[in-house]
Design a protein around this ligand. Structure first.
Ligand code: GAL
Length: 339
């Protein structure tokens, strides 16, 4: 055999063996740590994830921290301290600063992807180890989208300044005080309102911590304080709170299913959870923005299947830009029902 040919064959053989040894088999187990599974958006994400996992033959074991940071650190530490553990992890942290501790505790043998999602973690932590990834969304744009939905409605509906005082009187229900999504969505709401040229006043605001019941209580207080005739619209940092606010309005005969159009106060949320989509369909709610949990869970499974550290490969596979192992999934405006 000519020398050149045998050399190139040897090269091919060594490349083949190289690719065999570096391309590890896709893992078949996934461990997921949720901050709180009673949060409807998280419960919805979990449904999406289980569907994706089934399609990919991946077994999912999940842990619910019930919004308790200490409990979650114990759950995570127990898994990471198991010697032979090399399952991929999906982490939705109660306390995002715990990401640093997790990164510091990783061993050489932890080669499978570890993916943070939903709650933004420090980008420096993600950069500190090539197995780490973050899947999130640009919260600011969701605040813009939901406020645009409301502004379009107010501008196109005569009589939307219900007490005709020349000012739109608003109620604003926010998520957890220190949560990036709550801060950015609220800021975006103010920026969009200021740019809209509408005269508005936020007459009542509260942190209802993403929660249906807390939002119901807050809205009840808002109505008692302002009276129902002096509220023109309700903006909520998420759908669970929008649905709680709607329930409070229902007590006053407002925003009922297929109800009187004169007894409708526009309420907007974010997430597009199934209950909110139903409320929009039956005329109780004005609109929402899709926080795309289906796409996020699909991307998580794609990274796990690739079992790679290569962000160009991930970017090509998922069809989205990836920078420093951070993936930002776009929000989608959800069509509102005209009232
Ligand atoms: C947000 C979502 C909220 C809540 C929160 C929890 O992205 O819109 O509904 O689930 O995450 O971190």
């Amino acid at each position: 055999m000519p020398k050149l040919k045998s050399l190139s064959l040897a090269l091919v053989a060594s490349l083949v063996s190289l690719s065999v040894s570096t391309a590890e088999a896709a893992p078949s187990n996934l461990q997921v740590f949720y901050y709180n599974q009673s949060d409807p958006f998280i419960a919805n994400f979990n449904q999406d994830l289980l569907e994706q996992a089934k399609l990919n033959n991946v077994n999912v074991k999940s842990y619910d921290a019930t919004d308790d940071a200490f409990k979650q650190s114990e759950q995570i530490d127990l898994v990471l301290s198991k010697k032979n553990n090399n399952d991929p992890l999906l982490l939705n942290l109660v306390d995002t600063s715990y990401a640093k501790t997790i990164a510091q505790n990783l061993r050489e043998s932890n080669s499978a992807p570890i993916i943070f999602f939903n709650r933004a973690v420090d980008p420096q932590v993600i950069k500190s180890n090539a197995t780490l990834w973050y899947i999130g969304a640009d919260a600011f744009s969701s605040g813009i989208y939901q406020t645009e939905i409301l502004i379009d409605y107010l501008k196109s509906h005569q009589g939307s300044d219900r007490n005709q005082n020349g000012v739109y009187d608003l109620v604003l229900l926010k998520g957890e005080a220190n949560h990036t999504d709550a801060i950015e969505r609220t800021q975006a709401t103010f920026d969009s309102l200021n740019e809209s040229g509408l005269d508005y006043k936020v007459d009542f605001t509260a942190n209802a911590n993403w929660d249906f019941q807390k939002a119901f209580d807050s809205m009840d207080r808002a109505i008692s304080k302002l009276t129902i005739n002096n509220i023109d619209a309700v903006i909520c940092n998420n759908d669970a709170m929008a649905l709680g606010a709607i329930m409070a309005l229902n007590q006053y005969g407002y925003n009922l299913k297929d109800g009187d159009a004169k007894k409708f106060i526009p309420v907007v949320g974010i997430d597009a959870i199934p209950d909110a989509l139903e409320a929009i369909r039956d005329g109780r709610m004005l609109g929402t923005v899709c926080n795309d949990s289906e796409r996020m869970s699909q991307i998580a499974l794609q990274i796990i299947n690739l079992n790679t550290r290569d962000e160009n490969l991930v970017s090509k596979t998922i069809g989205l830009p990836v920078k420093d192992h951070q993936i930002i999934v776009p929000y989608l405006k959800v069509q509102t029902k005209a009232r």
